[in-house]
Write a new protein. Structure first.
Length: 305
């Protein structure tokens, strides 16, 4: 089931009731079916957008192909840019569906939010959205800050969560220079998990530094393909040190009911490990966008093999 903030519920209800009354006088058959046999959004096309970011573009293509498999007519408007470019397009109805990230989107609308855990962020986001926009079900997949160690280091020290690091002395954390002052950086590790670290500003060479063992813990985005290619272990964050940023479909309320079943099923099937694997195929193996999305949909039962 998709969720709509309180400010949008009455408007959505009026649209649904009005649509039902209008369709009750139509001839028998699929009221959304056009002359071409495609299922349209209130007589139009579902416009799927994406950021200028490979992982986001991949998710958008999966959305698009999943809808097409269910006979929706889809138009793609990918690589739109950042939020200041695509959110107005969503709010105006030029774009209907967009892959987003719960934590980052919540901070855009509510910079002072104190929510950090996945469910709290998702709930707060529903309330923060402007009228006319809604989010469908969030996915288990994430693209957010995370702490990673090598598989060997995790095995040697019996590590599964960030809290497990507290038992290890003389740890060095690596990441971009600004991590030193971030609330989830060294001070956050100490206050939330009792983990003491030295810090090294490794920047773009963070993963290299981790593999070369010049640092012990690396700050890496959770969908980074190098997590798979370098055999890294992402440590769980049970206390919510990081602001959760689950993949979530951001939609116009005008089409939310029509596409919810299709897109919610996609979201449920997309896992953190699965998103990393998709990014490896697209950015490392250089498979085409269409092929990577199509293979994933077939492998997960959305389309025929």
């Amino acid at each position: 089931m998709f969720r709509v903030g309180n400010r949008g519920r009455l408007a959505v209800g009026a649209v649904v009731v009005g649509a039902a009354l209008a369709l009750s006088g139509c001839a028998a058959g699929d009221p959304l079916e056009t002359e071409s046999g495609k299922t349209d959004s209130a007589g139009g096309t579902i416009v799927v957008g994406s950021q200028a970011y490979p992982s986001n573009e991949l998710i958008a293509e999966i959305y698009a192909q999943a809808l097409e498999a269910e006979d929706f007519t889809v138009e793609r408007q990918f690589n739109i840019g950042q939020r200041d470019a695509y959110l107005p397009a969503l709010e105006s109805g030029e774009v209907d569906l967009f892959p987003e990230y719960t934590g980052n989107l919540l901070q855009f609308y509510d910079p002072e939010t104190t929510a950090t855990t996945s469910q709290d962020v998702y709930a707060a986001l529903q309330e923060a959205l402007p009228e006319g926009l809604a989010v469908l079900d969030q996915s288990p997949a994430t693209d957010q800050d995370s702490y990673n160690v090598t598989a060997e280091f995790a095995e040697d020290n019996n590590l599964t969560t960030i809290a497990d690091l507290a038992a290890i002395e003389n740890l060095t954390l690596g990441g971009n220079a600004e991590l030193a002052e971030r609330p989830y950086g060294p001070s956050g590790l100490q206050s939330v998990y009792g983990v003491t670290v030295d810090f090294s500003a490794t920047g773009d060479t963070t993963v290299d530094a981790l593999v070369e063992e010049t640092i012990d813990v690396a700050n890496v985005y959770s969908a980074d393909p190098r997590i798979q290619t370098e055999d890294l272990v992402t440590l769980e964050d049970p206390a919510g040190l990081f602001l959760a940023s689950n993949v979530v479909p951001l939609v116009s309320t005008d089409v939310a009911d029509q596409i919810a079943d299709v897109i919610n099923a996609v979201s449920a099937a997309l896992t953190p490990e699965g998103l990393v694997e998709l990014n490896v195929k697209y950015t490392v193996d250089q498979e085409s966008l269409e092929d990577v999305a199509g293979e994933w949909l077939a492998a997960n039962g959305f389309t025929a093999q």
